[in-house]
Design a protein around this ligand. Structure first.
Ligand SMILES: *Cc1c(COP(=O)(O)O)cnc(C)c1O
Length: 398
C-alpha cells in the first residue's frame, strides 16, 4: 500500500451490521422488497427530503442499473439521442447504450465542470436531443429547479446522474440517481437508488427492477431486469446511515484543510467552482500546460497515490467511438488532461494533507521548468524574466 493511499472505503464495521443481520435471520426474508429495504428507503427519504410526502424513492442493486431502468421508465423512443457530458464516469454512457439509446456527447462548463442547462440549450439548437443525462460531476450538485424549468420549456426529459453526490445533490423537481458503491459518500458495498416527485415513475422503476413483474398476478407488461437491493445490502445501509453525519463533518474539515494547504503550497491548481459540500473524492486541475499524468507519476514515486478520475474522457473510449457530439468538446478534453484526484479518506491526517500539497506544488514547479524549452529559456533570460520565470523551490522537495 502506498504511504498515502488515494482512498480507503469506510463502511460500517461488522458489529454495527450484526443486529440487522439478526433481523434478517429472524424474518427469513432475504430480498424482494423486504422489511430492511423498506426501512432503509424510508430513512433515506428522511435524510434527503424531510417532510416531503410527495417525494418517492426506490433502491436498486447499483446506480448503473438504476440509470438503465430510469431511462427505460422514461419511455423514450427506441434509439433516442441522450445528451451526456464528455467528462464523466463510463457508466453514464454505457447505461444509455444498454437502455437501447445513443449517447450524444456534450461539453461541460469550464468553471463548474458540469453539463448545464445553457449547454444543453446550445446542443438542442444544433442537433436532435430526446433526453438529457447531466452528471453531478465529482459531487458538484446539479441545479434541479433550473433543469425542471429547462425540461418544461423544451419538452425534453432530464434524469440526473448524481451517483457520487449523496449529501450534496438536492432532489425533487427532476429524477435523480445515486450510488451506494463502497467508494461513494454513503457506501454499502453495491447499491443505488432513484428519487423523484413522480410516484408512477418510481413505481415503474420498482417493477422494472423485479423483471417487470407488476402487483397484478405476476404479469409482465414490460421487460425489466433484476435490479433489486437485497436485505443484506440494506442491513449495511441501515448501519451506515447513523454514522454518516459524523463522516460528513470529518470530510468537510479535511476539505477545508486541503483548501488552505493548496493555497500555501500549490496556489496554481484550479478547483471545481462549486458550493461547499461533502466531497467523496477531491479533484483539482493542474495549471494550463501541465500534464496531470506526469504529476501523478512523480507523486507515485513519493508514495502518494492519485487517480485521474474520468480519464480518458467518455468520447475517447472505443465503446463510444461512433457517438455523435453536439458540438466541440474542448473544455472536457482540456480538463480531463489536467485533472488529478488527490488522497481523500477518513483516515487521512492533516500532516498527510500538507505532504500531498507540498509534493504537488514541487512537482508542478519541476514540470513547468522542465517544459521551458531552450528558446523559451533564452526568452526568460531577457528582461521579461520576472514575469515568466518561476523559481524552483528546492526546499519543498525534502
Ligand atoms: C460511480 C458512478 C456511477 C456508477 O455507480 P455504481 O453504483 O457503481 O453502478 C455512475 N455514474 C457516475 C457519475 C459515477 O460516479
Amino acid at each position: 500500500m502506498p504511504a498515502i493511499p488515494l482512498m480507503i472505503p469506510d463502511l460500517p464495521p461488522a458489529a454495527a451490521v450484526l443486529p440487522y443481520l439478526e433481523r434478517i435471520d429472524a424474518a427469513k426474508w432475504y430480498t424482494n422488497f423486504g422489511p430492511l429495504v423498506k426501512e432503509f428507503e424510508a430513512q433515506l427519504l428522511v435524510q434527503l427530503a424531510p417532510g416531503r410526502e410527495d417525494i418517492r424513492l426506490v433502491t436498486t442493486s447499483n446506480a448503473t442499473v438504476a440509470i438503465e431502468m430510469a431511462l427505460q421508465a422514461l419511455h423514450l423512443p427506441r434509439g433516442a439521442r441522450v445528451l451526456v457530458p464528455g467528462l464523466t464516469f463510463v457508466a453514464t454512457g454505457t447505461s444509455v447504450i444498454r437502455a437501447g439509446h445513443e449517447p450524444v456527447m456534450s461539453d461541460v462548463d469550464a468553471d463548474s465542470w458540469l453539463l448545464t442547462p445553457a449547454i444543453a440549450s446550445r446542443a438542442l439548437a444544433a442537433t436532435r436531443i430526446d433526453a438529457v443525462l447531466p452528471v453531478a460531476t465529482f459531487g458538484c450538485p446539479q441545479d434541479v429547479d433550473q433543469w425542471r424549468a429547462w425540461s418544461e420549456q423544451t419538452g425534453v426529459p432530464v434524469l440526473i446522474d448524481a451517483a457520487g453526490a449523496f449529501g450534496n445533490q438536492p432532489v425533487g423537481p427532476v429524477p435523480v440517481v445515486f450510488s451506494l458503491h463502497a467508494t461513494k459518500s454513503l457506501g454499502i458495498g453495491e447499491g443505488g437508488f432513484v428519487v423523484s416527485d413522480d410516484a408512477d415513475f418510481i413505481e415503474r422503476i420498482r417493477r422494472l427492477s423485479n423483471f417487470g413483474i407488476g402487483a397484478n398476478h405476476g404479469e409482465v407488461d414490460e421487460a425489466g431486469t433484476n435490479g433489486k437491493m437485497s436485505e443484506y445490502h440494506a442491513a449495511v445501509g441501515l448501519a451506515a446511515l447513523p454514522r454518516w453525519q459524523a463522516k460528513r463533518e470529518v470530510r468537510l474539515s479535511l476539505q477545508a484543510g486541503y483548501r488552505l494547504a493548496l493555497q500555501q503550497h500549490a496556489p496554481t491548481v484550479m478547483w471545481q467552482d462549486k458550493p461547499e459540500g461533502i466531497p467523496t473524492i477531491l479533484v483539482v486541475a493542474m495549471p494550463s500546460g501541465v500534464d496531470a499524468g506526469a504529476i501523478a507519476s512523480r507523486l507515485a514515486t513519493r508514495g502518494i497515490e492519485t487517480r485521474r478520475w474520468y480519464c480518458p474522457p467518455l468520447f475517447e473510449h472505443r465503446a463510444f467511438a461512433g457517438c455523435d457530439a453536439a458540438g466541440p468538446l474542448d473544455v472536457s478534453r482540456d480538463i480531463a488532461g489536467r485533472l488529478l484526484g488527490l488522497p481523500f479518506h477518513l483516515h487521512l491526517q492533516i500532516d498527510d494533507v500538507s505532504t500531498v500539497c507540498s509534493e504537488l506544488g514541487a512537482a508542478i514547479d519541476d514540470e513547468q521548468s522542465h517544459h521551458t524549452s531552450p528558446a523559451a529559456l533564452d526568452f526568460v533570460s531577457l528582461p521579461a524574466k520576472t514575469a515568466v520565470h518561476r523559481p524552483r523551490r528546492a526546499a519543498r522537495r525534502g
